[in-house]
Write a protein that binds this ligand. Structure first.
Ligand SMILES: Cc1cc2nc3c(=O)[nH]c(=O)nc-3n(C[C@H](O)[C@H](O)[C@H](O)COP(=O)(O)O)c2cc1C
Length: 182
């Protein structure tokens, strides 16, 4: 199935999830779809997000609609962008490249993970300068090296992830290891 056929089959997140489950290796599907610990927070977040509804405003002039948003002195076409995601190329060949290309087409920022499977330099080039760099608060020397490389490349925005102070535990991954006996 090529991308065009796939996009005709995707009308919701549920459709995308079902297709991904069929096509991705289980380990990677679980990485993207799962969460840490007992995964309860995933359920709680989904329920909370489902409560948010857009308020329709009727009888307004909608001729000049615009979602453009200036953030840190840079104007983007949408008020959101790509979150940092590590190891994307393991989900699909060239996934990072696709994300970077979409950031150009839609003029949105693409945050490059500290665990990205594509170099920060390449992502900056592919996103035509729309990349931000994400860093974790561990491995200090490596973080400083990445920051320096990012600055030299032209990055203007660095994001620090503060909710992962130590290596997290993912039960699904651990279960996988149970099958691995020596
Ligand atoms: C597959 C995957 C990989 C991720 N990798 C990172 C990462 O490397 N660094 C990071 O700060 N956040 C990472 N995240 C967290 C996301 O950036 C984001 O904060 C989180 O998914 C919540 O946003 P959402 O509700 O739009 O999914 C990852 C999320 C997913 C699903």
């Amino acid at each position: 199935m090529n991308n065009i056929t796939a996009s005709k089959k995707i009308h919701s997140i549920v459709d995308a999830r079902n297709l991904a489950r069929k096509r991705m290796p289980k380990l990677m599907f679980d990485f993207v779809d799962g969460a840490s610990g007992d995964e309860k927070l995933c359920e709680i977040n989904n329920t909370a997000l489902d409560q948010i509804r857009l308020e329709p405003k009727v009888l307004r002039n909608v001729e000049n609609r615009k979602l453009k948003k200036k953030f840190l002195d840079i104007e983007f076409d949408q008020p959101f962008g790509f979150s940092p995601m590590g190891m994307c190329n393991l989900t699909w060949t060239g996934a990072d490249k696709m994300l970077a290309k979409e950031s150009v087409v839609n003029n949105v920022p693409a945050c490059v993970s500290m665990a990205s499977s594509t170099s920060l330099e390449k992502m900056y080039e592919l996103s035509e300068g729309r990349s931000w760099i994400q860093l974790y608060n561990f491995q200090e020397n490596f973080v400083m090296e990445l920051l320096q490389r990012a600055e030299q490349t032209g990055y203007k925005v660095a994001i620090l992830t503060v909710d992962v102070p130590i290596q997290f535990r993912r039960a699904k991954d651990n279960k996988k290891w149970l099958y691995c006996t020596f």
